[in-house]
Design a protein around this ligand. Sequence first.
Ligand code: GLV
Ligand code: MG
Length: 312
Amino acid sequence: MSARSRNLPRRSCISTPGSSERFLAKAPSVTADMTFLDLEDSVAPNEKVAARARVVDAIRNGQWDDRVLCVRVNAWDTSWTYGDIIEVVGNAGERLDEIMLPKVQSAAEVVAMDLLLTQVEKNSGLPIGHIGIEAQIETARGLINVDEICAASPRLETIIFGPADFAASIEMPVLTGGVAIPEYPGDHFNYVFSRILMAGRANGLQVIDGPFLKVRDNEALREFAQRTRVLGYDGKWALTPDQAAVLNEVFSPTQEQFDRAYDILETYNKATEDDHTGALMFGDEMIDEASRKMAKKFLSRGERAGLRRSAH
Ligand code: GLV
Ligand code: MG
């Protein structure tokens, strides 16, 4: 895993097509926690090979801040995967944090990627283990095998849900993946979201929701993104700078939540250390060690988002 990017925030993960000089040139100046340069589904088959060098050039010469920087390669069931890795990882240098592997169906696919990355790192002078892996779950088989997939390599940093390919894989009768279905009484992906979250958390991974394809409707995005935010996901994909701005907000704690978490921690720490008390009242609620764990997560997420305890 990439020690640098392992714990960086990924509230907004913006996609940039690797075949577009214009988008690649603009990508470093678009505010987002993570950028991934795509060689997969946003690149036409006859542009796949040429896009590799463009992506390498963008990584080496772009003015990147300290965000997570990733390249999505093509899936193992194509003929491009090994060439994508050898050319991109072999030439991009240390600024590349991770490779994203789409349509992962089994743990073996992650292991194969890990082994190939180790050889490429050796031959290109990168520290061994430098490149992290992000795995996308977007097929029925991938979901069935998600536990093994999440445990397949120490390089894994995130597990991602891909709603568009997933809807196609399970033959859901929709033409847009990853948006609300008004006819369905509830959240049609709740099981999938929860399943992936459990597997990811059981293996210490960040868990990310995929794209929202109605790119002109940011209010619908804000509402839809609540589903995975409330469950505990770390972030979601963005397809435009406006979507990234919405997601940075949605996946950050509010000032009120941050202040409350801060106060819970302060009160709890004082009680356990000074007064040797394990459970105590905080306002009209009982708090204990589990409250400390919940509060700590709000605090770390809030601090990553730049929040500080507001003045009393
Ligand atoms: C993303 O890759 C998706 O298929 O939703
Ligand atoms: Mg996909």
